[in-house]
Design a protein around this ligand. Structure first.
Ligand SMILES: O=P(O)(O)OC[C@H]1O[C@H](OP(=O)(O)OP(=O)(O)O)[C@H](O)[C@@H]1O
Ligand SMILES: Nc1ncnc2[nH]cnc12
Length: 263
């Protein structure tokens, strides 16, 4: 899972100069400049932050500018026509990565959430498990492509910080116990995710975390899995939203919180 931002430019222009904005910040009068360190990262790559506010949130947060400015956009990956929102460059910036986790923890602590569901990244899960900090299960959502799942990067630290368990949803035939599964479609393909039966109990309050919402198929499938076992999905949280793909429509009105939007 990952995301994409912004929407003020035409697609043809986006191929040259993609913009990033945050729904939590005021709309800028002009487009801000990319960080030079990112411009030289890997051609072709583009990141021109353009921040706007989300009326429901109201608060301006300088951290959002830093987060948005670290996300790299790569055209035509993994297929022609896809503007790939690359959060690996965010992970290279410890302050931006910390800001991302902090902002989501601030939103979800004290909300009675007992389950955080996100997407695979086995090494990180093993790391946390070795630390003895996982109290229960982990939700790990997975999808196709050979790119590692990005939601798992953000879910575990949030779960640990708010005192919730983390439950992995995985590709078929990866989980050893009894599973339930859901098929879903992506911007560039289809996939299936599985969750261990018993990882989440009926009545638990769950947060679904992913790096990005595009068509919404992944988050919708995750919510279906959780709701099938009787959990309440309190909210879905993403770092990036690609609003033009109307992923929110697939969530049937269930709440979605995003830090930045791409277009
Ligand atoms: O809203 P959707 O259209 O469902 O797309 C969003 C998902 O796509 C990306 O994952 P991807 O399938 O590329 O796999 P990855 O997480 O393994 O990189 C992204 O990380 C989201 O999970
Ligand atoms: N455009 C995009 N960039 C990064 N991850 C994605 N997942 C689905 N669409 C994506």
């Amino acid at each position: 899972m990952h995301l994409y931002f912004f929407g003020m430019l035409s697609l043809s222009f986006l191929h040259k100069v993609p913009l990033i904005r945050s729904p939590l910040l005021p709309q800028p009068s002009s487009t801000s400049r990319l960080s030079p360190s990112l411009l030289c990262f890997h051609k072709p790559s583009f990141r021109l932050p353009s921040i706007r506010s989300m009326a429901s949130e109201g608060a301006e947060d300088h951290r959002l500018k830093r987060i948005a400015s670290t996300i790299r956009v790569i055209p035509d990956f993994p297929k022609p026509g896809i503007l790939f929102q690359d959060i690996t460059t965010l992970l290279l910036e410890p302050e931006a990565f910390r800001d991302t986790i902090d902002m989501l923890v601030e939103r979800y602590r004290d909300k009675g959430i007992s389950v955080v569901a996100a997407f695979r990244l086995d090494a990180l899960i093993m790391y946390y498990a070795d630390m003895g900090k996982i109290k229960a299960a982990v939700i790990n959502m997975t999808s196709n492509l050979s790119v590692e799942a990005r939601g798992f990067i953000f879910g575990p630290p949030i779960a640990l910080a708010i005192g919730a368990k983390f439950v992995p949803l995985r590709k078929p035939k990866k989980l050893p116990g009894e599973v339930i599964s859901e098929e879903y479609s992506l911007e560039y393909g289809t996939d299936k995710m599985e969750m261990h039966v018993g990882a989440v109990q009926a009545g638990e309050r769950a947060l679904v975390v992913d790096d990005l919402i595009a068509t919404g198929g992944t988050l919708a499938a995750a919510m279906r899995l959780l709701e099938r076992v009787g959990a309440e999905v309190v909210e879905c949280a993403c770092v990036i939203e690609l609003p033009e793909l109307k992923g929110r429509d697939k969530l049937d009105g269930r709440p979605l919180f995003v830090l930045v939007k791409a277009a």
